[in-house]
Design a protein around this ligand. Sequence first.
Ligand code: CUA
Length: 260
Amino acid sequence: MGINLSTINLYKWLGDSAAMYQLGFQDPATTSMEGIFLFNLHLLFVIISIVILVGWLLFIILRNFAESNNSNVADFTHSNHIEIIWTSIPALILLSLASPSFSLLYSLDEISFPELTLKILGHQWYWSYEISDFNSCSNSHNLKYSSYMLTDETLQKSSVGLFRVLETNKRVILPTNTHLRLLITAVDVLHSWTVPSFGVKVDACPGRLNQANLFIKRFGVFFGQCSEICGVNHGFMPIVVLAVPSVQYHYIIMTNLEFN
Ligand code: CUA
């Protein structure tokens, strides 16, 4: 599993990282992130409609009922009809937001039967990973390794145009179109394992094991960063996931287990 960067760089990979001045989400690579993406669009539509409606009402009221151009003071103080309307419509809007939100929330927690478990440990300040679903003939080989950020000097030497503060010396390799289980914990302080394209952001708490499901739909290199303030080098413990088709994945795993 300790795959060298030189092997990976033989191929051209499209990196799923944030673009310069990006406003929206990164391209989704999992069904849960697609759900989050669509729900965000739904929310934006509702929010923008409300802002336009309220802004228009405010403008109309200020213009039509200014003291300078309107001397007729209305003599009513209550209107049951209006009160019913302006209470029930917001309640209906909230319902229309709650229903997709809850179904999305429950779908994120759905227990499927994972074929592979990746253990993720947060350290100050690097991540280490463990896959124990594969057995080797010898005990000296296991899929257990730490992944550290590549420093600026290393990046300059490599001349491959890697992303600054996002690249690691070893990448997590995961198969696509496979139900995966992530077990996340920390060794020292709170960290958070986050990959925006996956829609995964799970806290790594010391003494506690958090679980997340992952189903990657396409191959590629996915970048993430620790998302819980964990000390001076919080910004320097990135996550790089290389997702490959499962046949290639098993080939990589087997070659690394037996011949590393
Ligand atoms: Cu680890 Cu922030």
